[in-house]
Design a protein around this ligand. Sequence first.
Ligand SMILES: Nc1ncnc2c1ncn2[C@@H]1O[C@H](COP(=O)(O)OP(=O)(O)OP(=O)(O)O)[C@@H](O)[C@H]1O
Length: 339
Amino acid sequence: MIKLENVSKTFEYKGKKVAAVKDVSLHINKGDIFGIIGFSGAGKSTLVRLVNLLEKPTSGEITVNDHPLNSISSRQLRQLRRKIGMIFQSFNLFNSRTVFGNVAYPLKLENWPKEEINRRVTELLRFVGLEDKADKYPEQLSGGQKQRVGIARALATSPDILLCDEATSALDPETTGEILNLLKKVNEEYKITILLITHEMNVIRSICNRVAVMENGRVIEEGEVYNVFSDPRENTTKNFISTVLNDRLSPHLIEKLKKKQPTKFYRIIFSGEATSEPILSEITSKHNIKFNIIYGSIHELQNQLFGNLIVEFLGDDPVVEVVLNELRMVLDVKEVELA
Ligand SMILES: Nc1ncnc2c1ncn2[C@@H]1O[C@H](COP(=O)(O)OP(=O)(O)OP(=O)(O)O)[C@@H](O)[C@H]1O
């Protein structure tokens, strides 16, 4: 659906070169809700502007809907743009037009007949839950309602792809949840592929099936959301994940545990099948070892459970070692560094 092959984008700014996107290769499949996460300046917006055909890559190839963008005519480019909708953090609505007028705008540009416009706008306002707000102006709406108008407008010309640039960053957590649910509905009911950029891992966890982490213009980690959350490789990814999984010990708890040293503490990650099996209790009781759960959390990701426990084992060191070895055959077990 969207393919980037070794894409780089360098800007010239005040005589200096700024490499905003460096050698990025990504494949976004039809039906994906693909999230790109990164801190400010990581290159996310530039990447989206490249996909949206607003910027040309300095090098590399971008293919959208099987069209290599490097070699298409301006007519094809216009047609392709129609198939890409976009929503923004700041909503970008026309304040002088009503809700109806905003959603109707792209259809008017395409000279749709009036009755068709009425039918389509009414359908879309119903879809986003704003059928009673058609005559209101943006300033009479809440942030969440404005974003619903933005979504309805982006869907007006039946795009295949919806690009979301920090679409929930200006909203409170509850409204963010509502807008994310709506985006999921867009993906499921209209079969629209979504590419979203965000600096909030919560957004990725809530609706994305795949994620890429960007840092300094590069994609440093990429994969299925469940896999990346349950086994992150890069520190930046781990930091982002900690913001939502709450899987780090507080400094206060670390101090308390340090006082119990030389006792060792282990982090055990349960994922997939392991979440429904009593593995920990079976293996420890087999060897007559007790364990004490210090800290833990269980989360649901993409309809699968994912657990994270910090435990201490109470028993003789050699037997604990046997237990650890058996656990490691089925679970991810790491000693916790308290430093
Ligand atoms: N038109 C431009 N001219 C010069 N430099 C640019 C331009 N656009 C982006 N940059 C630079 O490229 C880098 C990446 O910017 P980009 O906006 O893509 O990052 P981002 O991850 O989207 O960050 P933010 O969330 O703050 O928008 C930054 O160093 C930025 O200053």
